[in-house]
Design a protein around this ligand. Sequence first.
Ligand SMILES: NC(=O)c1ccc[n+]([C@@H]2O[C@H](COP(=O)([O-])OP(=O)(O)OC[C@H]3O[C@@H](n4cnc5c(N)ncnc54)[C@H](OP(=O)(O)O)[C@@H]3O)[C@@H](O)[C@H]2O)c1
Length: 370
Amino acid sequence: MNEKQNDYRWMQRALTLARQGEGRVEPNPMVGCVITQGEKIVGEGFHTAFGAAHAEVEAIRNAGTLADGGNLYVNLEPCCHQGKTGPCTEAILAANIARVVVANTDPFPQVAGSGLAALAAQGIEVTTGVALEEAEELNAPYFHYLQTKRPWVIAKWAMSLDGKIATHRGDSRWISNSSSRKIVHQIRGRVDGILIGRRTAELDDPQLTARPPGPRTALRVVLDSQAQLSSDSQLVRSAGEIPLLVVTSEKAPAEEASRLKNAGCEVVKIEQDQTTNPLHALLTLLGKREMTNLLVEGGGNVLGSFLDAGLINEVHTFVAPLMIGGEGISAVSGKGIDQMERAYRLENCQIEQIESDMYISGRFPREKDS
Ligand SMILES: NC(=O)c1ccc[n+]([C@@H]2O[C@H](COP(=O)([O-])OP(=O)(O)OC[C@H]3O[C@@H](n4cnc5c(N)ncnc54)[C@H](OP(=O)(O)O)[C@@H]3O)[C@@H](O)[C@H]2O)c1
């Protein structure tokens, strides 16, 4: 193998290690690191949890004295500032690494190229851009968050062959099979927030928890402009133990908002004026809480509002081999588009069969970020 092929191979390994931090490291990025001597890996590590040691430090510790003179592969530029942990550039210099290979530079303002510059200034050979696309894809929510200060929005729904998420009476249990629903619980367990509309809360009475639990507990969010969420709902009854944010508007009667607050919910009023989209305002608010990923679970009206506002970044859809017909509820309502050439098209689409369901997932191109 030539150097380029080797670089790519070891960076793939670093990316595989990095992914193990998913759901544990956010709002930090997922980072993996490999140290090699010739054709052999002598040390590996990844960022395991927010506030824990960085991947480079883990890999150097793992390699011990074998790091001396080695090549270090890391998917994100090493940091050069004192954050929750010490600068990785200093650990790399102390370990006497000869060459550092990176996929992405880190747009984090205190790094942004200065990590690589600090290494190069000390005579370390630096290579960047290896497996760039894969690395960008892995940390797309992190880059999106740094750029927009808003969480990455993941839309999820299960629908019939005829594109419906419930019957005309609002019955939706169950459209997808139990294996598909397990995948949804895995996603729930790694995101910072799970959002639904008031009608879904009313008709489905969901818990919006990950079962079994994942690495993080999501803030549950209900869009309920008039603060009508029932005190008997599972969401409100569990609000004391699992955080629940009810997003209301100026239309919400004060006594209803107080009722929900007294039941342990957090109630936030977002004005529905004509100048700013309330969903933008909400995402900005969630971003201020350092939420990196938000899962939007529907229903159709809520998904439509997010789509119309160009706020969906990633989609997970389960298509079940059944038909609902009639006035069943559409998966995505809202205004929609008027010409096919303006359709929102997923890229890097993955299509997988989950027993009898078809699981389609993908992301919208980053240009749609605003
Ligand atoms: N198959 C699936 O994957 C799946 C997933 C979820 C839900 N569902 C089904 O979907 C059905 C409900 O869907 P739905 O479309 O009728 O209702 P929905 O989207 O769950 O809720 C819509 C309601 O949310 C409130 N809302 C507040 N801000 C909003 C905004 N910016 N955009 C849109 N809505 C906003 C509005 O009520 P207020 O005016 O009172 O605020 C609105 O009427 C249920 O039958 C449920 O079972 C299926």
